[in-house]
Design a protein around this ligand. Structure first.
Ligand code: SAM
Length: 322
């Protein structure tokens, strides 16, 4: 392993936090579970499979945008930047920026999925052996500090938040996240954000309900994780995956639908489900360019540039903290 790969900064949420979130979410009139808990090792593996699906246009569209505009993004970022990636996953997209940047000073991948983060950091260290890499396993909705790496004196710090993961937040949550990121990254920093755009529901719904059933397995894996880590007894064949487009709120919703009246035990607690009742597991908000720019401005950023594909499916925004 390269010396430039630092030891993991480990702020992984505890099983107790997972238990508290599950119990609170299932006690609501509309049952819900936080989507950040999708990502155990299996959830991350399934997400990588989703990225390869023909219906899932966001990954290939964003990759093409980054490939086409990496030079311009790198010029706007400037030399010796420290990159902080939120929800770094397999770390594929950052490679396009790292290859284009002038002597990047350091890379700080932040992800809640510990094993996946470690594996991705090792892969990246192999391919960029002189790059200082400081992985942080953390929930980025909670406060955390950037590690001070010996010998690293960046000229600027840049946040990278691809994958339209920002769409998992409600608008107030997204504004709050951007404002916190701006404070974390500091004055003069920039933020590069991938944002999925509003489009026809006939494109959106299949992207979250693919023919091969991979997104269904990803959604149901949350119940598998509860069974394993919290001593639950969800019967997996008694819940079905559903993706819905909510036109009023401009979001795709993922639900797990109970196929019958049933009772589920998690540890010592019991939860009742009526037939057809759902657990709301994820939102994926879709924005217009102007909606997202207005939100970034509210969070204290100056929208500096935006790149979109010819079909207007996806956008990559460069925001500046003056
Ligand atoms: C939609 S995937 C995107 C992955 C990758 N950035 C991409 O663009 O393909 C979301 C990523 O964010 C991570 N993640 C989700 N919620 C998180 C949270 N609250 N804190 C930290 N990481 C989170 C997941 O583990 C996953 O790697």
């Amino acid at each position: 392993m390269s010396n430039a790969l630092e030891r993991l900064h480990d702020l992984e949420p505890s099983t107790e936090e997972f238990r508290a979130a599950v119990h609170a979410g299932l006690a609501q009139p509309q049952k819900s579970l936080p989507c950040k808990f999708f990502y155990d090792a299996e959830g991350s593996r399934l997400f990588e499979q989703i990225c390869e699906l023909p219906e899932y246009y966001p990954t290939r569209t964003e990759l093409a945008l980054l490939e086409a505009h990496a030079g311009e993004i790198a010029r706007l970022i400037g030399p010796r930047a420290r990159l902080v990636e939120f929800g770094s996953g397999a770390g594929i997209k950052i490679r396009l920026l790292l290859q284009a940047l002038d002597r990047p000073a350091a890379y700080v991948p932040v992800d809640i999925s510990r094993e996946h983060l470690l594996a991705a950091a090792v892969d990246l260290a192999r391919d960029f052996p002189t790059l200082r890499i400081a992985p942080i396993c953390a929930d980025y909705t909670q406060p955390f500090a950037l590690p001070a790496s010996a010998g690293v004196h960046p000229e600027t710090t840049v946040g990278f938040f691809p994958g339209s993961t920002i769409g998992n937040f409600t608008a107030p949550e997204a504004r709050g996240f951007l404002a916190r990121a701006r404070r974390l990254l500091g004055p003069g920093s920039a933020m590069v954000v991938g944002v999925d755009l509003r489009k026809d529901r006939n494109i959106l719904v299949p992207a979250y309900d693919d023919a091969a059933g991979v997104t269904a397995a990803f959604n149901l894996n949350l119940l598998v994780r509860i069974n394993r880590e919290l001593d639950g007894d969800f019967a997996l064949d008694q819940f079905t995956h559903e993706a819905r487009w909510n036109d009023t709120l401009g979001r795709i919703e993922m639900h797990l639908v109970s196929r019958r009246d049933q009772e589920v035990r998690i540890g010592a607690e019991r939860f009742r489900f009526r037939e057809g009742e759902t657990i709301h597991t994820e939102n994926s908000y879709k924005y217009t360019l102007d909606q997202f720019r207005a939100m970034a401005t509210d969070a204290g950023y100056r929208p500096e540039a935006v790149w979109t594909d010819p079909k207007g499916l996806f956008s990559v925004h460069m925001l500046r903290a003056d």
